[in-house]
Design a protein around this ligand. Structure first.
Ligand code: ARG
Length: 465
């Protein structure tokens, strides 16, 4: 049997154990199969810790030099796929530490001074997640840019706006797209806010109570780019609310993505025919030769389900845990990794797909005409002539009924027909019955008038840089 305590794990705990861990337990408890993904954060965290231990005189300068040399080699081995991950060493932390000790001897065994895997893993996850957040933020900006780019040329493109999925009032297609930009802009703010709470250092909390070694936690925080250090050791090692919050951000963002994806699916169906998608984002059918399916949008909508599930899983994972660290927390990693991967892939592909949308303005216009979308405008016209709004509403409902009966648009009724319904309708009514007239009339901040839409485009461009 090896004398290296980590080479045979039951020995890693202490001489207290009289038999080796059962193989089943080993496999059940091991996380190295997935948490090896944290390796770089683990090495960075260890190097910062070692450098501080040396500065504080807890370990010697030679120990630090050995640890640095060993870690450099380990990083190289992992990058080149030569590192031998061992299940019996349970997790990424013990695997790296064991290899370090094999490479540099006693210095490797000194690394863990004043530290526990409990504060180590909490640090690793935060470091790793911070890096991922910094990758996701530009993707979220890219999503917004793609929508703004499509919105600008369509500031004046009329489409039916819907409530209850029934044609309601004409809106600008650009305005419709910018609604999603608002949602994603809030998601970007939320992500920046989550980052603040992720970027706090647990190291120094040790197993749960802090440590008696004279650690300089602020120094480690500075080295690793953390904004602050956790102020309660029990909290530092046990809570994963930073990951829950991130997961909530992801869930909200995916709900926004899913709504947009749903609209793209609808718009592309023959029944709407509002847009077309570039072929490279569509798939065919193995049986129906005419089919072009918006699989990417459907999958984006579908993938929101797993992200929402991970959020539910996370809060459930946390809710029954007594202080402080419990092994339950090992279950934070796979959902967190999957959430990050799903968001990264989805934001990237959705932004690309949005850039490839071909808008069909004529179809949008026809759909707006079909639904009597300017009825409210006629009612507003009557209000301006002195009718109470409720009476105007009633008169226009009659007009719509007549138009429906004849199968024509409101603007196609004659003045005589309109006046038979309500004598106060003037021939100036026809100005507001057009789709453009309706759009331009809503020239108020947040309204759908093309001038407002263009102003919003400019605001978003300035914000997005
Ligand atoms: N693999 C563990 C995790 O992910 C590391 C911390 C283990 N700590 C312990 N005391 N068993 O949570």
């Amino acid at each position: 049997m090896s004398l290296d305590p980590l080479a045979n794990k039951q020995q890693a705990w202490s001489a207290l154990f009289t038999e080796p861990m059962s193989e089943l337990v080993q496999r059940y408890t091991a996380s190295v199969g997935f948490d090896r993904r944290l390796w770089r954060a683990d090495i960075d965290g260890s190097l910062a810790h070692a450098e501080m231990l040396a500065a504080q005189g807890v370990i010697g300068a030679q120990d630090l030099a050995d640890i640095r040399r060993g870690m450099a080699q380990i990083a190289e081995e992992i990058e080149q796929g030569r590192f031998e991950w061992k299940l019996e060493l349970e997790d990424v932390h013990l695997n790296i530490e064991a290899r370090l000790t094999a490479l540099v001897g006693d210095a490797g065994k000194r690394l863990h001074t004043g530290r526990s895997r409990n504060d180590q893993v909490a640090t690793d996850v935060r470091l790793w997640l911070r890096g991922e957040i910094d990758q996701l933020a530009p993707l979220l900006a890219g999503m917004q840019r793609a929508l703004v780019d499509l919105a600008e040329p369509h500031a004046g493109t009329v489409m039916p706006g819907f409530t209850h999925l029934q044609v309601a009032q004409p809106v600008s297609f650009g305005h419709h797209l910018l609604a999603y930009v608002e949602m994603f802009a809030r998601d970007a703010e939320r992500l920046a806010d989550v980052r603040k709470r992720v970027n706090v250092l647990p190291l120094g909390a040790a197993a749960l109570a802090g440590t008696s070694y004279p650690l300089d936690r602020e120094r480690v925080a500075r080295t690793l780019g953390f904004d602050a250090v956790c102020q309660n050791s029990l909290d530092a090692v046990s809570d994963r609310d930073f990951a829950i919050e991130f997961s909530a951000w992801a869930a909200i963002t995916m709900v926004h993505v899913s709504r947009l994806a749903e609209e793209i699916v609808l718009w592309m169906s023959q029944n709407f025919g509002f847009i077309d998608l570039a072929d490279r984002y569509c798939t065919g059918s193995s049986i129906m030769p005419q089919k072009r399916n918006p699989d990417v949008a459907e999958l984006a909508r579908g993938k929101s389900a797993r992200v929402l599930g991970h959020l539910t899983g996370f809060v459930t994972l946390m809710k029954g845990q007594p202080l402080a660290y419990n092994k339950d927390n090992q279950e934070d990693k796979e959902p967190l990794f999957d959430t990050v991967d799903t968001l990264a892939a989805t934001l990237r592909i959705m932004a690309e797909m949005v850039s490839g949308i071909v808008v069909k303005p004529e179809a949008l216009r026809r759909a707006a005409m079909r639904g009597y979308a300017t009825a409210t405008d006629l009612a507003d016209h009557l209000v301006k002539k002195g009718l109470p709004f409720r009476d105007a509403h009633e008169a226009v409902a009659h007009a719509v009924k007549v138009a429906l009966g004849r199968g024509v648009d409101l603007s196609e009724l004659s003045l005589a027909e309109l006046q038979a319904i309500e004598p106060r309708i003037g021939d100036d009514a026809f100005g507001v019955l057009t789709l453009e007239g309706s759009l331009n009339a809503r020239n108020i901040v947040g309204g759908t008038a093309p001038a407002q839409v263009l102003a919003q485009v400019a605001r978003h461009r300035a914000r997005l840089g």
